[in-house]
Design a protein around this ligand. Structure first.
Ligand code: IMP
Length: 496
């Protein structure tokens, strides 16, 4: 084993509250990697990919627990740091096989990946519903309670579900929490909800049986791997590994500093922990962000569209009509829950903070085409009385907006920097200047090859030393990966 090597794993993750379009970029970049590994989260993620079938038809595919490289036939590792729902994963494998019949050859599940038990899902539901207006808006997939059991060293891990004592052991673990659900049932005012929870409580053992069955089926269909040593052996054999984030940096359990986050480490420090490798293995970090911001679930969102409506001297926050337009044009509905996403303008102070905390070496933009038809857009360039600890005080932040004249159209045939309208170029320059990280690709539509590569301009600017607007930009090593190669203005080759 090579203990000296530094920096062999690239990372791609969301720079804000998730749903930035990571799935598309992972799928696109999969061509330049052999392995795409998930290191955190679970079925709460929903990565949407527009996949071209062999007959040329384009279909929308949403992945939750397998990595987004699977359709391109890349090894998909679901790592140690994830919490997996066995029943849903078993269904997902079947679903993927509908598009790629040989998918099982490529899917690897860490033997030490955490598991979501039926009681975890019930606890998540009960906790959300009982919290009323204080709920965090979780996906109700059981993520938080499952991670609590991992932190509490109670398991379960994937391989433990395959042991002969699994039913007895995890039935006992489920029983440990029954009183919490019972208490919630006793306090619940809604007879319909009470009945629902009672039924679910009564089905816990049967649901556990289904979970164990699915685990056995999965273990028979796909390979169970010792994640750390597996990834390391792949790296030592020259395989190129991309770590794919789920959710986004602002939902990181630790950096997020509030209860309105997910329960995993969504930022780059989660990669070595979730894949069982050294932190020194991290190399390039790509932060994916939208031309605007969205958030599902509850919690502070400084640039969210709303306006103050005065009514007899009282002010009420009312959602802005632009939110509905963006929801509609940008298809801003959660891929896991179907909930409409909250929308707002791009928040540059937050993006800059994420770029620092995440060590971003490049930015990848999405959804710029959603502004087609807008006369003007806005962007947050600071906060009034900017708090030194942005994260800790997001709820108090009062954004300062700058208006930007727009009136241009972005179309999928735009493939290079020079193809992009002047207004878009100015917007990109402004973001880069503020954040200090180069924007290397701009997605111009939902499909895989609808992307403009702006990296070449960055490379040229850096080469000529005229990187005034790219302060802090890093040169990318010429490692043969897409972004190392992209000094030319060539559009991306198609994988399929
Ligand atoms: P949980 O991860 O289901 O526990 O939910 C915690 C918070 O993270 C909630 O606000 C969710 O809406 C949010 N969240 C979880 N997964 C995603 C995702 O994939 N995209 C965006 N938000 C997410």
């Amino acid at each position: 084993m090579n203990t000296q090597t530094v920096g062999r794993i690239d990372v791609l993750l969301g720079a804000s509250w998730g749903d930035e379009g990571k799935g598309k970029y992972t799928d696109l970049l999969a061509e330049y990697y052999d392995v795409i590994a998930r290191f955190q989260g679970g079925p709460n993620a929903g990565h949407t990919i527009y996949f071209t079938m062999p007959d040329g038809t384009v279909v929308k595919v949403t992945l939750h627990q397998a990595s987004s490289g699977i359709l391109a036939g890349k090894l998909s590792v679901s790592g140690d740091g994830m919490v997996l729902d066995m029943v849903k994963f078993r269904e997902e494998v079947n679903y993927i096989m509908g598009y790629r019949p040989d998918a099982c050859n490529f899917i690897k599940i860490a033997r030490d990946a955490g598991i979501i038990l039926p009681i975890h899902i019930l606890l998540d539901i009960v906790s959300e519903v009982s919290s009323g207006s204080k709920s965090i808006g979780s996906t109700k997939c059981g993520i938080g309670p499952a991670y609590e059991d991992q932190t509490g060293r109670r398991g379960p891990k994937f391989h433990q579900l395959l042991q002969p004592d699994a039913r007895e052991k995890f039935s006992k673990l489920q029983q440990r929490y029954v009183y919490i659900v019972q208490e919630a049932i006793d306090c619940c005012q809604d007879p319909k909800v009470r009945k629902e929870w009672e039924t679910k409580l009564g089905e816990l053992d049967a649901d556990l049986e289904q979970c164990l069955d699915s685990a056995r089926q999965l273990a028979a269909m796909v390979e169970m791997v010792d994640c750390g040593s597996y990834i390391r052996s792949l790296l030592d054999n020259g395989s190129r590994v991309l770590a794919e984030g789920a959710q986004g940096m602002l939902l990181d359990r630790v950096y997020g500093k509030s209860r309105y986050v997910t329960s995993s480490i969504t930022s780059p420090p989660g990669v070595p922990l979730g894949l069982g490798v050294s932190f020194r293995e991290l190399r390039e970090v790509s932060g994916v962000f939208k031309a605007y911001c969205t958030r599902v679930g509850n919690g502070p969102f400084p640039t969210e569209f709303h306006r103050d409506l005065e009514l007899n001297g009282f002010y009420k926050k009312v959602e802005h009509p632009i939110a509905h337009l963006i929801q509609l044009v940008g298809r801003e509905f959660g891929s896991t829950t179907g909930r409409p996403r909250r929308c707002g303008w791009l928040d540059l102070p937050l993006l800059k903070e994420m770029a620092y905390l995440g060590g971003f070496t490049r930015l990848l933009m999405t959804m710029i085409d959603v502004f087609n038809g807008f006369d003007e857009i806005e962007v947050c360039v600071g906060y009034e009385e900017m708090a030194p600890d942005i994260f800790g005080r997001l709820g108090e932040a009062k954004p300062i907006f700058q208006k930007i004249p727009w009136g241009c159209h972005v179309t999928p045939d735009m493939k290079t920097w020079t193809d992009l309208p002047k207004q878009v170029q100015n917007y990109i320059n402004m973001i880069e200047e503020y954040v200090g990280v180069p924007i290397e690709m701009v997605s111009t539509g939902p499909e895989r090859d609808q992307v403009a590569i702006t990296r070449s301009r960055t490379a040229k600017a850096l080469a000529s030393g005229s990187n005034g607007s790219l302060a802090g930009a890093h040169e990318v090593p010429g490692d043969g990966s897409l972004l190392g190669l992209a000094a030319s203005e060539t559009p991306l080759p198609r994988v399929s």
